[in-house]
Write a protein that binds this ligand. Structure first.
Ligand SMILES: [Zn+2]
Ligand SMILES: [Zn+2]
Length: 119
């Protein structure tokens, strides 16, 4: 039997910075169309499955706008020497469950937690 902590649907939404969490619970793989990387894992706060596509920012193509459109927040850039969104980006819960007390205009749905992944 695999032990999986159950997704806590009743946990109230809160924008909480969880700091650094271990990398064991996360995987990253190239997006099927090669435009970025998909980071998947379970949220350290609500334990829901979360999956985020990070697009590579292409210099000169104005892809920043497209990225914001897709993620509804922030941008990511592939800086030299920092190739892995798994370790370089702040991750936000996108478990897909509208947690109680969440803002009504959320462009992504999760419990509000954010975290970085420890190398
Ligand atoms: Zn969460
Ligand atoms: Zn959740």
């Amino acid at each position: 039997m695999t032990r999986i902590r159950r997704h806590d649907h009743g946990m109230p939404y809160a924008e909480e910075d969880l700091g650094e969490v271990g990398a064991e619970a996360f995987t990253q793989q190239p997006a099927p169309d090669g435009r970025g990387v998909i980071v998947a894992g379970s949220c350290p706060r609500c334990h829901g499955a979360t999956r985020t596509l990070f697009l590579w920012a292409r210099p000169g193509t104005g892809s920043k706008g497209a990225l914001s459109l897709l993620l509804g927040r922030g941008t990511t850039q592939r800086a030299d020497g920092a190739p892995e969104p798994l370790l370089t980006e702040v991750h936000l819960c996108e478990c897909g469950h509208a947690h109680p007390h969440g803002p009504p205009d959320m462009s992504y749905v999760g419990c509000g937690a954010s975290w970085r992944i420890r190398p």
